[in-house]
Design a protein around this ligand. Structure first.
Ligand SMILES: [Zn+2]
Length: 474
């Protein structure tokens, strides 16, 4: 009796476990619809029009600055004009940093003006500026290994040249020098910190960006010089005499500010509580008009959602688009979103933020459960003709959705061609003319295709609390 029951039990258990992990697929009709949306997006000019509107009517969008509220009002109105069903905001609070003025020069042995910009969260110099000898390091590791007596009361200058690549991988090194270098120099007793801009251009335009401090640690004025000015400083230092630099920054913290994530939805017809999420960040640095970083991402995701919303039949699942607040100074919008929505991580079926400019997408990485890979294959079928190739399983959904991925949301990372992105990134040259409308349309075609298919898929992508523990890459 017992012997006869056991095989039956075993079979029942096996079929139960098979039912618990069904294969995720995309119905044929949905693939055909995605192809039609893809081809329509390639001819559509909505994203460019949205970006032209944002950069012309609002312009620079430093988080907490004069344009913060204006940009949110613009986003609410734009979502409504594009036909989204529901638009709302969720508050995001962060320390407000302001930039007033900045200048720098070499004063000895040669007098030369330098193109400089303060880093986000830098304190001001004393009135009249700081004049001190420069001490050069060629890497963050070299600075870490420095002795305090070699650095004390000097201006630390870290100079690592960044080269252009399709995947932009050298930005990791450059941004680490910018974010970590000032705190390390401060701890060693430096008077101030400057770095060679984390950028691949040879324009006389410095690249700003945020820096990070230890909560109770010492803070020193921190800035970036343009690449040609870094060359000049190195040449002066090669002559072996002390080189004096004068740095004058008027900037700093001004209490807390409450902005907001602006969120909009195209409601799903069959499973409205299941969400496919995309977005970009609405804030930008203040030097340019934030066209590539990240007006492009806002425009791409708004346009992709609107194309789906314009279909005669609503999508099965809800398409949610988020224009995130203050990504630049510490991922504040993305963290606030995850804090407010982590309890519904399982309903966030799949997500990706667009935050690497408007040039064409060349790779798709997917961090999903293994049973959902057939649905990713179906997406690739639609995306391959656009020149997109399948990458790895390392994905985090982009900066502002990485906190949701860390909570367990399945995510894609879509790589834009970053070859020229870091020429303009975080500079005064981040303006609309750097956007190629045809490449921008390709990116919208990619986003509308995957988002529509994720909303139409039979089965899920594995989102569940604690599902994706390993850190992905963007
Ligand atoms: Zn960005």
């Amino acid at each position: 009796m017992v012997l006869r029951v056991l095989p039956c039990l075993l079979l029942a258990l096996l079929s139960a476990s098979a039912n618990a992990t069904p294969i995720t697929t995309v119905p044929e009709a949905a693939i055909r619809q995605a192809i039609a949306l893809r081809d329509q997006a390639l001819k559509d000019e909505k994203a460019y029009a949205v970006l032209e509107s944002l950069t012309t009517e609002i312009g620079p969008r430093l988080a907490g600055g004069v344009n913060d509220q204006k940009a949110r009002d613009w986003a609410v109105a734009k979502f409504r004009a594009l036909g989204y069903d529901k638009v709302w905001t969720e508050p995001v609070t962060f320390p407000k940093w302001v930039r007033r003025s900045e200048s720098a020069a070499l004063t000895a042995p040669y007098a030369q003006q330098l193109a400089v910009t303060a880093l986000g969260y830098s304190p001001a110099t004393p009135k009249g500026g700081i004049t001190a000898p420069l001490v050069l390091f060629d890497s963050l590791d070299a600075l870490k290994a420095a002795k305090s007596e070699d650095v004390k009361n000097k201006i630390v200058f870290v100079s690592t040249r960044m080269h252009a690549h399709q995947d932009g991988h050298e930005y990791g090194t450059g941004s680490r020098i910018r974010s970590r270098g000032p705190a390390i120099a401060a701890q060693l007793g430096a008077a101030a910190f400057v770095l060679r801009s984390a950028g691949t251009d040879s324009q006389r335009l410095p690249h700003t960006g945020m820096t990070q401090w230890e909560p109770e640690g010492r803070r020193i004025p921190a800035a970036a010089v343009s690449n040609p000015d870094a060359d000049l400083m190195e040449a002066a230092l090669r002559r072996g005499q002390p080189v004096l630099m004068k740095l004058q920054l008027d900037c700093g913290l001004e209490g807390d500010y409450t902005g907001a994530n602006v969120i909009a939805e195209i409601r799903g017809s069959e499973k409205p509580d299941e969400i496919v999420i995309l977005g970009g960040h609405l804030d930008s640095w203040d030097l340019g008009t934030g066209a590539i970083d990240d007006g492009a991402g806002v425009a791409i995701s708004m346009a992709a959602g609107a194309l789906i919303g314009d279909l005669p039949q609503p999508p099965r699942r809800t398409i949610r688009v988020v224009a995130f607040a203050n990504e630049e100074a510490g991922l504040h919008g993305g963290k606030a979103y995850a804090a407010a929505h982590k309890h519904e991580v399982a309903q966030h079926v799949l997500g990706a933020e667009a935050d690497m400019g408007g040039d064409r997408i060349w790779r798709l990485n997917a961090s999903v459960k293994p049973e959902a890979l057939p649905a990713i294959d179906a997406m690739m079928q639609v995306l391959a003709p656009l020149g997109v190739s399948r990458g790895s399983e390392r994905a985090n959904g982009g900066p502002d959705l990485s906190p949701m991925h860390a909570e367990g949301m399945a995510a894609l990372s879509l790589s834009n061609d970053a070859t020229r992105y870091f020429d303009y990134h975080h500079t005064a040259d981040d303006t609309l003319d750097k956007i190629d409308p045809q490449q921008l349309a390709q990116v919208v075609a990619v986003y509308v295709s995957w988002a529509y298919m994720a909303a139409a898929a039979d089965g899920d992508f594995g989102s569940a609390p604690g599902m994706f523990k390993t850190a992905g890459e963007n």
